[in-house]
Write a protein that binds this ligand. Structure first.
Ligand code: 5AD
Ligand code: SF4
Length: 456
């Protein structure tokens, strides 16, 4: 039985963590909180009474990175007010902005005590102790294996508080070097966690009541490792192994690169019922010329053929994607190719962005940057098409049977919220089971971002 720090009077310190960006940051924030809990830190949901404020930042687009400096302005004022009242506050910046702009943060934001990159979170408790002793700490070394080895497994108490679904990082970093992307620079090169570590963490999650695990990696399907049978495993084999853990009822993984969808993984989609029929498989653009300039290493046709193979293995699979409009050199015709591939594939969910030049990436130095107005117009047209596809997918589900994982009470009295196989929330007007149960339902109607269903 773990002791909560709050049960030791006088030792409670409060930490406020604000997370930006991707799911891996969500996972990392939880791991950092777990590591700090050992030093007596408990979470608070406001910076006002925090002894430690941690911003876990995102560098993927310019807007994301800018948010950090404006938030730091606000936090700095709170720190000054606390200082007047004789209270201490340590400010830490973690995540990809920390990795990419560590020195600049130190220079631009003197109130910041700690800058810590994603590969070094296992050193956070030590960094906090040093900051409290008056040091300014910059930790941006690359040592991903160390992080995996030394960060504590999720604490059972905190997992229980977080519900019946969980993330589990199996892979970090990226060796693909798409020309628009900062990830290979901020997260470093690809590192896979060993099978035994992943299985042990999944077992802990299952023991704490988690029913659905989403495996995370910047390039999750590039994961590989030595199996207990001495053979090299790919993500497919790993999924089969995790499916054996008692209590685990659903598996997912994100984000994948089309080049790394191998036969073993497609076989897992065919043979493993608990692998959900939902796949996030970014294509970014539909023009081969632009895909080449992006260094995606696949054509639109390669993607289409891959989707056909995946659908042959798992006919009910729903696809989700990422898109960038206005990459340097993108003409109207290139953009039409993007619309064409979207129509050909059909996506049930999508994330689409205007190209944002990132310092240090090859794309930023390319010729023929696209006007902001043109980017805006293309984004609107693309999003309109994607939204139509999402609505059509939801509308086709009405009247059909499916199952939902019961997650929590809904906002309205008597309502319960579950998660469909396709990630969309499903609202039920009766509990129809316990939290964590998977119940059969019939979809009755669609809402703005959810489905309404009845238990059967
Ligand atoms: N500009 C716009 N979007 C980007 N993405 C990555 N880098 C950029 C950029 N420089 C998008 C891609 C990626 C998603 C996580 O963010 O679509 O898949
Ligand atoms: Fe970025 Fe491309 Fe790697 Fe994805 S595959 S993280 S888009 S470089």
């Amino acid at each position: 039985m773990e002791t909560l720090a709050s049960e030791r009077p006088g030792e409670v310190k409060k930490v406020f963590v604000k997370t930006y960006g991707c799911q891996m940051n969500v996972y990392d924030s939880q791991r950092m909180s777990d590591a700090l809990a050992a030093d007596g830190y408990v979470a608070t949901d406001t910076p006002d009474d925090a002894d430690l404020v941690l911003l876990n930042t995102c560098h993927i687009r310019e807007k994301a990175a800018e948010k950090v400096y404006s938030e730091l302005g606000r936090i700095r004022r709170i720190k000054a007010d606390r200082a007047k009242a004789g209270q201490e506050m340590v400010i830490g910046v973690a995540g990809c902005v920390a990795q990419a702009e560590g020195e600049e943060i130190m220079r631009r934001a003197p109130a910041v005590d700690i800058v810590i990159g994603p590969q070094t979170y296992h050193r956070l408790p030590e960094a906090v102790r040093r900051a409290r002793a008056g040091d300014r700490v910059l930790e941006t070394d690359y040592a991903l294996e160390d992080k995996f080895e030394h960060l504590p497994h999720p604490r059972e108490v905190s997992v229980r508080g977080r519900g019946v679904t969980a993330f589990l990082t199996v892979q970090e970093g990226c060796d693909k070097f798409c020309t628009f992307c900062v990830v290979p620079y901020t997260r470093g090169s690809e590192v896979s966690r060993p099978v035994a570590q992943i299985v042990a963490e999944a077992e802990r999650l299952a023991h704490a009541g988690v029913r659905e695990i989403t495996l995370l990696g910047q390039n999750v399907n590039a994961w590989h490792g030595e199996g207990p049978d001495g053979r090299q495993w790919g993500l497919g084999e790993l999924l089969f192994r995790l499916a054996e853990i008692p209590g685990i009822a659903r598996l997912r993984y994100t984000t994948s690169h089309p080049r790394d969808m191998d036969d073993g993984l497609i076989a897992a989609h065919r043979d493993l019922d608990i692998l959900m029929p939902y796949l996030h498989l970014p294509i970014q653009a539909g023009s081969d010329r632009i895909l080449k300039a992006m260094n995606r290493r696949h054509t639109a046709d390669d993607y289409m053929r891959l989707v056909d193979r995946i659908r042959a293995a798992r006919p009910d699979i729903a696809l989700s994607g990422d898109f960038i409009v206005g990459f340097p050199g993108e003409t109207d015709e290139d953009f039409e190719d993007t619309l064409r591939i979207v129509r050909a594939v059909t996506f049930v969910q999508a994330f689409s962005f205007k190209y944002s030049p990132r310092p240090g990436t090859p794309g930023a130095g390319m010729e023929f940057h696209v006007d902001e107005d043109v980017k805006n117009e293309r984004l609107q047209r693309l999003q309109a098409l994607l939204t139509t596809q999402q609505r059509e997918f939801a509308a086709e589900l009405v009247g059909k049977h499916t199952n939902v994982l019961l997650e929590k009470a809904g906002r309205a009295e008597g309502q319960w919220v579950g998660r469909s196989p396709w990630l969309m929330p499903v609202i039920l007007d009766e509990k129809a089971g316990e939290i964590g149960d998977i119940v059969d339902v019939r979809i009755m109607r669609t809402g703005a971002n959810s489905l309404f269903a009845q238990a059967i």
